[in-house]
Design a protein around this ligand. Structure first.
Ligand SMILES: Nc1ncccc1[N+](=O)[O-]
Length: 241
């Protein structure tokens, strides 16, 4: 998978050099490059913003650097899917993560200030698929933190990036439920015990217990997820809970 990130704070994306994503890049599984938008400015101050048309507080990212950035990074015969991170975007979900993990080339435009001149998004949408995406209903200083979250959620779904693929099976939001609570050694810690069923060696009982805990946890923390659950996926024992 090829990923390009365009930002005025490339150092914000340094965490992508670490851990599993860093290793996947070294192994050539991810062709990930971070670009400083100021590379496409020509004034002495490398300015990337301007006062909002129509007045108002703050500054808006001007279109010229973005246009020249697209000219250089995007050839005529291949187009990325462009993700613009913004509080006004489509909510980012595990389903969208899976959708993006199937794309051969993603490009992320990190907005700052009051956002990017709308003409950049309109211009791009006339040439490639553009999705404005949000990681939550709150306002950050810019899109870089959202890009880190999205890249992490997407790349861990790319075959080979996450060492033990099995850990993708029962995690939260995979089957529409939150995952069951996890425990490890010791069996008793400061008076708190590991639920005995998990030490029973009876995998059928363990699976059942985890399923019940996932349903109970989801009902407590995210009843909205239960409402969206396909009724066909609940067996008669689930319904007794
Ligand atoms: N929530 C956000 N605030 C600012 C920029 C981007 C954002 N987002 O969620 O992608």
């Amino acid at each position: 998978m090829k990923i390009d990130v365009v930002t005025v704070f490339p150092e914000y994306l340094q965490p992508l050099d670490l851990s599993l994503i860093g290793r996947a890049r070294e192994r050539g599984m991810l062709d990930l490059n971070v670009h400083d938008l100021r590379r496409w400015t020509h004034d002495v101050h490398h300015s990337v913003d301007g006062a909002p048309a129509g007045g108002g507080a703050g500054m808006v990212m001007k279109p010229q650097p973005w246009g020249e950035c697209f000219d250089e990074l995007i050839p005529a015969d291949a187009k990325p899917r462009l993700l613009v991170t913004s509080p006004a975007g489509r909510p980012f979900t595990q389903a969208l993560a899976h959708e993006l993990a199937a794309e051969p080339w993603l490009m992320f435009a990190c907005g700052r200030y009051e956002g990017i001149d709308q003409r950049v998004v309109d211009y791009a949408a006339d040439r490639m698929e553009v999705t404005e995406v949000s990681i939550g209903d709150y306002v950050l200083f810019g899109g870089e933190v959202a890009v880190l979250a999205i890249i992490e959620a997407v790349t861990r779904l790319v075959p080979g990036v996450l060492g033990n693929a099995a850990s993708l099976d029962d995690e939260s939001h995979t089957a529409g439920l939150l995952e069951a609570p996890a425990y490890t050694r010791p069996a008793e810690w400061r008076g708190y015990e590991v639920p005995p069923v998990l030490l029973s060696g009876d995998h059928g009982k363990v699976d059942r217990w985890r399923r019940e805990q996932a349903l109970l946890r989801t009902a407590r923390a995210r009843p909205d997820l239960l409402e969206r659950l396909d009724p066909g996926s609940l067996d008669k024992r689930d319904r007794l809970l």
